[in-house]
Design a protein around this ligand. Structure first.
Ligand code: ADP
Ligand code: ADP
Length: 225
């Protein structure tokens, strides 16, 4: 079934409340966009799911199991951030295969899986190149391939396309949707772009000062005055 949940999450940094009773459940065929102004607490919610921040109150659950205090490595969730955090000195396929190698896959199998997904993002011919030598758009495609090659149980995207120009952005957006259609998993995307949220998401959640202001399908939100 695959459901990723935030259950009654409260969190503050000093006296700044960034989550104030947040609940959210995301199913396998959903792409939920969390939309809100800078500083509203969006990234913190993703980091909690990733295991990078422990909520002060509340739970992260996956398929009903409590994941709140599991280490990041104990969660099969993939992360993709704006600054794609690739290893520039490794070549392209090594970057993509890295997670598989960490999971204990042999080199040949990991390489084959990496080459396969690189073909899907249009980078098979770049597999042997040094990653740092690729353009920004190409590196973002490598990051996408790396995120999905492990067949993650959930996908967490933090402003994944913000650094790209509008042409590359829509290319990457379509590519992401196509890959997710092949291997559906609960997907949460943090963005400050209403356009991006409305175009890509099955559900949009508006966050403000750690609370949901509104939630709904893009059609619902657009229909409201
Ligand atoms: P958003 O993703 O919506 O921009 P964040 O979740 O990154 O919001 O941050 C929410 C607020 O919490 C911001 O004001 C930010 O400066 C603050 N913040 C984030 N992480 C920390 C931290 N580790 N320590 C202190 N304050 C933080
Ligand atoms: P208030 O609106 O009065 O400030 P909250 O909505 O912050 O209260 O808190 C709701 C519930 O969540 C309370 O039971 C509170 O104790 C608990 N809670 C809120 N923040 C935290 C936290 N950082 N750590 C533990 N529990 C918290």
């Amino acid at each position: 079934r695959n459901v990723l949940e935030w259950v009654d999450i409260h969190h503050r940094y000093g006296n700044k409340t960034v989550a104030h009773g947040i609940n959210l459940a995301v199913g396998a065929s959903e792409l939920v966009a969390i939309l809100g102004p800078s500083g509203s607490g969006k990234s913190t919610l993703l980091k909690m799911a990733a295991g990078l921040v422990a909520p002060q109150h509340g739970q992260i659950r996956f398929n009903g199991a409590d994941y709140t205090f599991r280490q990041p490595e104990q969660r099969r969730f993939a992360l993709m951030f704006q600054d794609y955090a690739l290893l520039p000195h490794l070549n392209v396929w090594q970057n993509v295969a890295f997670g598989l190698r960490m999971q204990g896959q042999g080199k040949a199998a990991a390489r084959a899986a990496a080459i396969n997904i690189l073909a899907q993002v249009g980078l098979a011919a770049e597999a042997e190149r040094r990653t740092g030598a690729l353009s920004g758009g190409e590196q973002q495609r490598v990051a996408l391939a790396r995120a999905l090659v492990t067949r993650p149980q959930a996908l967490l995207l933090d402003e994944p396309f913000s650094a790209l120009d509008s042409h590359l952005r829509s290319q990457l957006q379509q590519l992401t949707l196509a890959l997710l259609q092949q291997q559906p998993c609960p997907t949460v995307m943090v963005t400050h772009s209403p356009t991006e949220a409305l175009q890509l998401a099955t559900r949009v959640c508006l966050l403000d000062h750690g609370r949901w202001l509104q939630q709904g399908s893009p059609a619902d939100l657009l229909a409201k005055p």
